[in-house]
Each structure stands twice: as C-alpha cells, then as structure tokens.
Design a protein around this ligand. Structure first.
Ligand SMILES: [Cu+2]
Length: 390
C-alpha cells in the first residue's frame, strides 16, 4: 500500500513539474485553515506521445547442447543429470554423455504408461525366468537412425548407457541425443534410478535469454562438485564400525551396503561400497547389512562372481537379457554362515523386494570376502574377519 502511495506521489510531482504547475482542467483547492477558495487556471496542456515500433523477432540458429547423463568414478556414483535443469530454445538438440562407472538410461515417456522394467522371458512359462524388457535395455532408435524430435508424445529411450557394450558385438552406447522442436517443459528419466531425473525447459526460438554452452558447463560442474562433496562426507560418516550387544551376549555389527549422506539423505550422491569395508568380529557375532539403494551381499567361495545378466542370443534381434537367478534370487540356507554353501541376500534396499537389511551369524573363525552381486564390477566388495571367541 505504501509503495502505491509513494508511486502516486512521485507521479503527481512529475505531472506538476512537466506541466509547470498547470493542470489539465480548472481545479479548486481548498485551504481548510482559512476556508479561502484558491483557483488555478490552466493555460497550456502537456501532451506526451509514445511511439513504439515492434522489433522484428529473430529466430536463433538451432544448437547442439552437451550435458552429462551422470557423474562420479569407481564407487562414487552421482545419479543425476548434470545440470538437472536445462534451458534451451525450440529446435535445439541436447546430447547427454555418460560419465561415471554406473549404468543409466536417458528416457522420455509418452503419455502412455511406460514399459515395465522386467518381463517374464516366456509369458506362458514362468519357470524360464525374468529378463530386462528390451524396450528398456536397448535404444528406441534403430541403429544409425535419425535423432528423434520429442514433444511429449513419443517414447524415446537411450537404452542402457554404458561404457561397456550392452551385448556381444554391440558398440558402446554412451551418448544420446534428443531434439526439442516445441516450447514446453519436458521430463527426462533414468530407468535404473527412479530419483535420477532432469527437466528440459524449451523456450521460443527467438528467446535471447537462455544460457550458452559455457554457462551450462559451469552449472553442471557446480552440481557435480556438490554431489561429490556429499559422497566424501558419506564415506567418512559410515566408515567406523557400529555395534550393539545382542541379548545372548554376542555382538550385532552393522555394515552399510552402499551409503548416502546421512545429513542430506540425497539419493543422487551414492557411495557404492561396503562401509566399513573390512570388519573384524568374534565368532558367534552377527553382521547386519543395511542397504542404502539396490545392493546385495554375496558370499561365494568359488569365484568368479556371478554376472547379473546372462545374455541369451536370438536368431533375430538383440539378445534376451535374462536375470541371473544366482544374483536375483535370495539364497540363505541357514542363519549361520557355512563357507561350503552359496549365500546371497539378493537385491536389498529401501524399495527393494527383499527388504532393506540382511543378517548372518559367523561361528567359524576365518577371513571371508564378499561382494555386491549388482556392483562388484565397480569394486563393491568387503571382508569379514572372524576371530576366535575369547
Ligand atoms: Cu541412473
């Protein structure tokens, strides 16, 4: 209210100055103390003519903008598109480039419900197991086909972006481009990590006010640095062994199977490690693994570690990416670890099918190595040293 009054006052003063204290029409001003009428005569009118010539709207040339599909290195997994929000002009093409050692997709949905992640290998015979839906695993674009123009109506998918080829004889699939012809706001998803999303804001192709590649790079770098700092802190937060006494006099030990920053809880910044990596306990103690994301605990005295996907070659088309039951089916022959048997928590985590935690009791002194069945390629492994009971 006071701003409005102030503005009106300024306007009134300006009009008075412009007109040399002359008003557009005769006006009567009353001085209340003396009750004497004062008349101001108008001799001249002030006319202000504003002419506006519309500027011709210039369409900018379409650009290719480069951004990152993820970040990190080894066991530091930044599960974010960098930058998470991109402002471009209609007609621009965005190219996402994979960084980091984890697998991701760049996926844009149509208005229809998105394809399921996992399908039965054979709809008629469930005993044949499950596979990654080919619509998820492989690019929606035929090899060498044109870059899709996305306006919200078609399903566009990079397939699994990876520095490693998705199958035998397949080339690496580590960049993905999409053209945006129509102004609007569009969402980008990663199939593997539900929180890994981006927003593309497409402005008119005449809009001068969009960032250039250098500004986008600087934004991506700042976001990456923030996530890496969270990861470093998460590693420190979880690196000390945590334990508590069990009712029977033994000790319960807690190991983080992967970790996020305890203060920010930010799923975009993931440590793909067992923390602490090496743990020493006494015979009779129990280890509880608590998963922060999608991880597993595999104790296997017969390396090599099982691969999560067993590609099944087809006569025509890409291989079927069959989920290896040794990785995805829980296997816990006993609550006490037996080195002669295969133990597998399978996928554990806050939204995993097998729950968030998994426990084993160790009775036999020894050194036991274990790994994450989903991420051992990234170096996610640990050791339990069991010392004799005192
Ligand atoms: Cu992802």
């Amino acid at each position: 209210m006071s701003r409005q009054i102030c503005f009106l006052t300024v306007l009134a003063v300006a009009v008075l100055l412009l007109s040399g204290c002359q008003m557009a029409a005769p006006a009567m001003v009353t001085d209340a103390s003396r009750e004497v009428p004062v008349t101001v005569e108008v001799t001249k009118e002030v006319e202000v003519v504003v002419t506006a010539t519309p500027e011709p709207m210039m369409a900018y040339d379409p650009r290719e903008i480069f951004v990152l599909a993820a970040g990190g290195q080894d066991t530091s997994s930044v599960q974010a598109f960098l930058p998470a929000t991109i402002h471009i002009r209609a007609g621009d093409t965005v190219t996402w480039k994979l960084a980091g050692d984890d697998a991701h997709t760049v996926t844009l949905f149509s208005h229809e419900s998105p394809p399921e992640f996992v399908l039965p290998v054979d709809m008629a015979d469930p005993t044949k197991g499950a596979m990654v839906n080919p619509l998820v695993a492989f690019p929606s674009r035929i090899p060498g086909g044109p870059v899709e123009s996305y306006d919200g109506h078609i399903f566009v998918n990079s397939g699994q972006l990876s520095h490693e080829p998705a199958g035998p004889d397949a080339p690496p699939n580590n960049t993905f481009s999409v053209n945006f012809p129509t102004p609007g706001i569009y969402k980008v998803h990663c199939y593997f990590h539900p929180w890994h999303t981006a927003t593309v804001v497409v402005h008119e192709n005449t809009d001068a006010d969009v960032p250039d590649q250098a500004a986008i790079d600087a934004q991506a770098e700042a976001e990456l640095a923030s996530y890496l700092a969270q990861i470093d802190m998460a590693r420190e937060q979880h690196n000390l062994p945590v334990n508590m006494p069990a009712a029977d006099g033994s000790t319960l030990w807690f190991v983080q199977a992967g970790a996020v920053n305890a203060l920010t809880g930010d799923f975009h910044a993931q440590v793909y490690e067992f923390l602490p990596r090496d743990l020493t306990i006494k015979a009779g103690d129990t280890v509880v693994w608590v998963s922060a994301e999608f991880h597993s605990v595999v104790l296997d005295d017969a390396p090599p570690a099982p691969e999560p996907i067993l590609p099944q070659m087809q006569e025509n088309g890409p291989p079927l990416l069959v989920l290896n039951p040794e990785v995805f089916a829980p296997m816990r022959p006993s609550p006490v670890y037996d080195p002669a048997q295969y133990f597998n928590s399978a996928d554990i985590g806050p939204i995993a099918a097998n729950g968030a935690a998994w426990a084993l009791t160790f009775m036999e002194p020894g050194v036991y190595t274990y790994l994450c069945g989903l991420h051992h390629q990234m170096g996610m492994e640990g050791t339990i040293v069991v010392e004799p009971m005192e």
